[in-house]
Structures are given as structure tokens and as C-alpha cells.
Write a protein that binds this ligand. Structure first.
Ligand code: ADP
Ligand code: ZN
Length: 641
């Protein structure tokens, strides 16, 4: 993994060329730092500790990679990068290798000989970065090696990636992370940089306490991902909706489809594959070998759709995932944000698309109720679910709500212009009366010792349908029978969903029967106004309703630019460059994006540089890649152009 070795201080260029900006430009080929990157890098280069909270795709890796290179050039030795993701170390080290940066990894995938070779490289001081799993770092043998490096002044930095793994409150707790406080105790003089995309206060406080980062500077980047378009549609026929969404907007693109259960993952993946899509399943119930194979294909092939449970995703740093779809409701906003954040890491447009229906609300509530967790934990989970439901039910800008949840206020009335509610403001209706009718019908069921019923029967009674069950319980004699005939089934489901989401109604037991919560009284008295969105898809496809004309589903009818707008000639060049990149990637056994990002190839196709100098000006072309591939690229451009 360490093909190109540049000795550290011996050939270190003069001081100015060691500046972070210079390294960014020369090694990575990028013209400028993004957002807080510059401040973070300068702070760490100067030897400070830092905690970095930055969304997925925000560019966390550069925050430790640039300081590692700068400090190594200044003769300060190796940066140790702690990562829980063995599967990804190979690709990350491969990417550094492509950039000409000596790096290696130590984890359980190496055999004894390979591990000893890496250890020798480490001790020689040649490595700029060493990636290692936490359990490896905390072995006495490894700590002794670090000690010896430190005594020689050759331990430049600890970068602790996915730092939220140290928190039990988070979703990815790893026991081994708890031991990492030892780094501070044993190497108090070595700067430490902890990075995570999980931002809530609780997790943040845990990270600071457990990693002893009390004196670290905390950098909180904006959590906005402006290139991600948020869309939440009414769940109707979810698989068909999903297929339509992919066909209409993402034919041939890489994407992730999240489902709640393994069974649903298998079914959905098989169904999409039957429909001709390049879809693969991924969940913890599959063989490790199968999982690895599918993950590899997702990373390496073009346009694979991964259908997965949340077992898939942490640390997937594929930059060109063009959509993330949810067929089921995630557990909370943190989960939704993490999962959707896997789209569009390259900054190009990406979609976060979710179907959402009554059953989602009922299921999520039931899962919390029936879990073994203690009451405190359940209360916390319920609160988090409520926040997510409010996002799903919202009529206003989704981004504003999402950012508000992470503590970032927006100006009053701000609209992002890149979510479904901004692009096509939903029509709403006053459902206060309907809500009162539903609640009073539930109340009537219980009068005179009656039992509880679920949503389906309730809607039948409200609409005045003569079903067997209505006859069996004599419900046609209730005063509420048929009082809601003017409201469609779909809209009734929305009314109930909103009442459940708002906590006025509770669902109970195996059959999710409905019960009034204390707060229902205020609604019954007409003290709470209920406004609901008109279900767009149902309306558009209703027998008589004319909807909003063609393409009125929430996912169409918008002018989305293709991800990489190129004219015909440029498209031909882009295709030729991609084919060339594919060969190089296969030869090097690396994902294609490690060689060059799509965005870099697109810029080459657009600009058509004719000289190496001009090629060097393209974002993503650093010195090493220019040297290794420059002539080849010019040849491809010349031949295809
Ligand atoms: P994170 O780890 O925060 O999810 P990454 O470090 O993987 O994000 O960065 C996301 C993508 O953005 C990467 O493909 C990276 O090369 C690119 N990137 C990061 N910083 C810059 C920058 N300053 N200029 C251009 N591209 C950048
Ligand atoms: Zn918006």
C-alpha cells in the first residue's frame, strides 16, 4: 500500500510550500478549503486539540489529512487515524496512495507478515498516516510502538474518526472506543482531532467527556447540505412509487434504498432486479462474504442500487450516490439525516426521497412501546420520533425544520427552494371538524363498555360502510355512523395519522387499536385547529379529481438539472474518460472514484485541456495524478474529441 515513499524532512520544501493551502493544491488538486476546513487545519497544524462536527460529505477527511502531511513534512512523523471501519481502510489508503501520500493500515485483515511489514514502515518514520482499528491501537504491543515513536518526536497527530462511537446514546456505540482516553493519558503532548457527523448535544457532551477533550476547540460546521433535495411522499404503493421515482429521475444512477426489515430488503431488491434494475440486498442476516461482495459492487460498479437495512452505510464514502430512498420511516431525525447524508457527497445534486404513511407511525410507536428499554430511554425515543413525525407532516420548508432540529435557526419565512414543500407548496384543508368526528367516534365505541378498534374499522364507520364488522357490533346505530362520508378513505388515514403523530391519539396492542389521549379533549372541544395537506398522489389519480395535471406526483414536475450537465461532445468525452478510469480502477483494485471523481472527469470533458499545465488547473488533479495520468488523459481527450 505504500508504493511512493518520500522521506520526511530530508527533502521537505521550504516553509511556505508546507503551508496547508499549498498542500491542498499540490497534493489534492483542490483550489480552496471548504467552510471551516481552513481554521480546523491551521489549529491542528499548530498543535491544538479539536472536536469537529461536520455533516457527512462536508469534507472531514481533509481536516486531518492536510495537517498530517504538513506536520510530516515538518519532520513531526506519523498521524494515527483511528477508524472503526476495517472495510474502508483499504480504499482510503488506496486513495492516499493515488495521491502519492505514504499511508498504510493495520487491522485484522492483514496476515502476520503483512502486519510486520507495516509496523516496520511505521517505525521508520516514513509513513504520513497509519489507519488502525481502536482494538488494535490499544494493544500493549502497539502502544509500546507509539511510545517509542513519541520519544523520537515522530508521533504527529491522533485523528479519531466517527468519534460518536464512544457514546452509548448514539446509534453506533463501540465498546473499544471507550479505551481511547488512554491516548491522552499516555501521549498528552500529541494533538488529537475527533471527528463526527452526529451532532446532538448529548452525544457531543459524551465525546468530550469520554475522550477527555475538555480543552479542545470545538468546530461546528453548518449541517446544511444544500445539494440534497428532500421529498416526502404519501405512501400508497411504495414499491411502485419507488420504481417510478428511480425511473423518472435516477435511471442508471447509484442509490441506496432503506427498508426496516431484512425480509423487506430481500423482497424489494428482488422486485427491483426483476424490473431490470441493478439492485442488490444488504442486511446483517446475509453471509459476511455476500455482504462484502455486494458492498464492493456498490462501491466499484456504476449505477448499483443497494437495498439495505441501516446495517449498511456507516463510512460508505462513495461520493456519487445520487439518491437515498426510505421505504420506511427511520427512527429519528438523526437517523434520517445520517442516512440521507450519504447522497451527494461530491456536492452534485442528490435526492433524499421517502414514502410515509399511517402504518409507519403506528409501527414506530409500537416498537418503542414494546422494546425492553427503560422508561427514561423510551421517553427520549418517543420525543425523537415526534420530532421526525413533525418533519414528515410539515407543510413548510423541510430544510428549515431539519436545521432547526440541529440548532440552526433560519430567517422567518425562509424557503430553501430545494425541498418538495418549497418547490410545490402543498394545498391544505381545514381538518378540525373531521378530527373531532373521528375522536368522538372512538369515544362512542367505548361507551357502554364497548371495546377498542383500529383505524380500518373506524374509517368504515365514519364513512357509513355496511361491513360484517359494522353489523357484528351494531355500529350502524351509532350517532357517528356515516358522519364522515364526504371525506375519502385516504384523507381519513391522514387525519388519523396526524392525530397520532400529534399525540392526541394513542395506538395500543397487537392490533394497534385506537385510544384517546388526554390531549384529545382540547381537540374535541374545538380548541385545537388541525390543518392537513391534501394527499397529492391520491388526488391526482382519483377517478374524478383532475389533480394538478400531468406529473403531479410529488417527485416530478420540477426542472432538475441533470447531475452533470454536458453538451453532446462533452458527453462523448466524459464517457471515454469514464471507460479509461474504469480500466485504471480495475488494475489498481480500487473504486473508480478513488482515481478521479465524476465531477473532475466532467470538468475535463467540458474544459478539454490540451496541455499538462491546463490539466493541472482542473479541480481534483494534484501533482501525483498529473504525473501518473496526465499524458494518458490528454491522449483520451485527443482521441475522443
Ligand atoms: P466526510 O468525511 O465529511 O463525509 P469527505 O472527507 O469524504 O467527507 O469529503 C467529501 C468529498 O468532498 C470528498 O470526495 C472530498 O474529496 C471532497 N472535498 C472535501 N474537501 C474539499 C475541498 N476543499 N475542495 C474540493 N473537494 C473537497
Ligand atoms: Zn425548502
Amino acid at each position: 500500500m505504500t508504493a511512493v515513499l518520500t522521506p520526511p524532512s530530508a527533502t521537505a520544501p521550504p516553509h511556505s510550500e508546507n503551508a496547508p493551502q499549498q498542500v491542498l493544491h499540490e497534493v489534492f488538486g483542490y483550489p480552496a478549503f471548504r467552510g471551516a476546513q481552513r481554521d480546523i487545519v491551521e489549529h491542528v497544524v499548530a498543535g491544538g486539540d479539536a472536536l469537529v462536527l461536520m455533516p457527512t460529505g462536508g469534507g472531514k477527511s481533509l481536516c486531518f489529512q492536510v495537517p498530517a502531511i504538513v506536520r510530516h513534512r515538518a519532520g513531526q512523523g506519523v498521524a494515527v487515524v483511528v477508524s472503526p471501519l476495517i472495510a474502508l481502510m483499504h480504499d482510503q489508503v488506496g486513495a492516499l496512495d493515488e495521491l502519492g501520500v505514504p499511508a498504510a493500515y493495520l487491522n485484522s485483515s492483514l496476515d502476520g507478515d503483512e502486519a510486520r511489514r507495516v509496523e516496520r514502515e511505521l517505525m521508520s518514520g516514513k509513513l504520513v498516516m497509519l489507519y488502525a482499528a481502536p482494538e488494535r491501537i490499544l494493544t500493549p504491543r502497539f502502544l509500546a510502538m507509539l511510545q517509542s515513536l513519541n520519544e523520537r518526536g515522530l508521533l504527529s497527530l491522533f485523528a479519531i474518526d466517527e468519534a460518536h462511537c464512544v457514546s452509548q446514546w448514539g446509534h453506533d456505540f463501540r465498546e473499544e472506543y471507550l479505551g481511547l482516553s488512554a491516548l491522552h493519558e499516555q501521549f498528552p503532548g500529541v494533538p488529537r482531532l475527533a471527528l463526527t457527523a452526529t451532532a446532538d448535544d448529548h452525544t457531543r457532551a459524551d465525546i468530550i467527556e469520554r475522550l477527555a477533550l475538555e480543552d479542545a476547540r470545538v468546530f461546528v460546521a453548518s449541517f446544511d447540505r444544500p445539494n440534497i433535495r428532500y421529498t416526502i411522499v404519501e405512501k400508497d404503493e411504495p414499491k411502485k412509487q419507488l420504481l417510478r421515482f428511480i425511473r423518472d429521475e435516477h435511471e442508471g444512477n447509484a442509490g441506496i434504498v432503506y427498508c426496516q426489515s431484512r425480509k423487506k430488503v430481500d423482497e424489494t431488491a428482488a422486485w427491483l432486479a426483476d424490473e431490470g434494475l441493478n439492485a442488490l440486498p444488504y442486511h446483517a442476516g446475509l453471509d459476511a462474504a455476500v455482504r462484502r461482495k455486494h458492498q464492493d459492487r456498490f462501491l466499484r460498479d456504476d449505477g448499483v442500487v443497494m437495498v439495505a437495512t441501516i446495517a449498511f452505510g456507516m463510512g460508505i464514502d462513495k461520493p456519487d450516490v445520487r439518491f437515498v430512498a426510505h421505504l420506511d420511516l427511520p427512527k429519528n431525525i438523526e437517523g434520517y439525516y445520517q442516512e440521507t447524508g450519504r447522497g451527494g457527497r461530491d456536492g452534485q445534486p442528490a435526492d433524499a426521497w421517502m414514502t410515509y404513511g399511517l402504518a409507519d407511525v403506528v409501527n414506530q410507536r409500537r416498537m418503542i412501546d414494546e422494546s425492553e428499554a427503560g422508561e427514561d430511554f423510551k421517553r427520549l425515543q418517543r420525543g425523537k420520533l415526534d420530532a421526525l413525525l413533525a418533519l414528515a407532516e410539515a407543510h413548510d420548508c423541510r430544510r428549515v425544520r431539519l436545521l432547526a432540529y440541529f440548532g440552526e435557526p433560519s430567517a422567518p419565512g425562509y424557503r430553501c427552494g430545494n425541498c418538495d414543500n418549497c418547490i410545490q407548496p402543498p394545498s391544505t384543508w381545514d381538518a378540525t371538524e373531521a378530527a373531532r368526528k373521528a375522536l368522538s367516534c372512538i369515544y362512542r365505541f367505548r361507551q357502554n363498555g364497548g371495546q377498542r378498534f383500529g383505524a380500518v374499522h373506524l374509517i368504515d364507520v365514519l364513512r357509513g360502510k355496511s361491513t360484517d364488522k359494522v353489523a357484528q357490533y351494531g355500529h350502524s346505530s351509532l350517532s357517528t355512523f356515516g358522519i364522515g362520508a364526504d371525506v375519502s378513505d385516504a384523507q381519513w388515514r391522514l387525519v388519523l395519522r396526524q392525530l397520532i403523530a400529534a399525540g392526541h391519539l394513542q395506538t395500543e396492542g397487537e392490533f394497534s387499536t385506537l385510544a384517546l389521549a388526554d390531549s384529545a379533549r382540547a381537540v374535541l372541544r374545538g380548541e385545537v385547529a388541525v390543518r392537513l395537506r391534501v394527499p397529492s398522489e391520491t388526488k391526482a389519480r382519483g377517478k374524478t379529481g383532475r389533480g394538478r395535471g400531468a406529473g403531479s406526483s410529488a417527485s416530478t414536475g420540477r426542472d432538475k438539472p441533470p447531475p452533470l450537465p454536458l453538451d453532446e461532445a462533452a458527453t462523448a468525452l466524459f464517457t471515454a474518460l469514464k471507460a479509461w478510469r474504469g480500466e485504471v480502477a480495475r488494475e489498481h483494485n480500487l473504486p473508480a472514484y478513488v482515481v478521479f471523481h465524476d465531477a473532475t472527469l466532467a470538468e475535463m470533458a467540458r474544459e478539454q485541456p490540451a496541455t499538462l499545465d491546463a490539466l493541472a488547473g482542473i479541480s481534483g488533479v494534484g501533482a501525483k495524478k498529473l504525473e501518473a495520468y496526465g499524458a494518458e488523459i490528454l491522449r483520451v481527450l485527443g482521441a475522443a474529441g
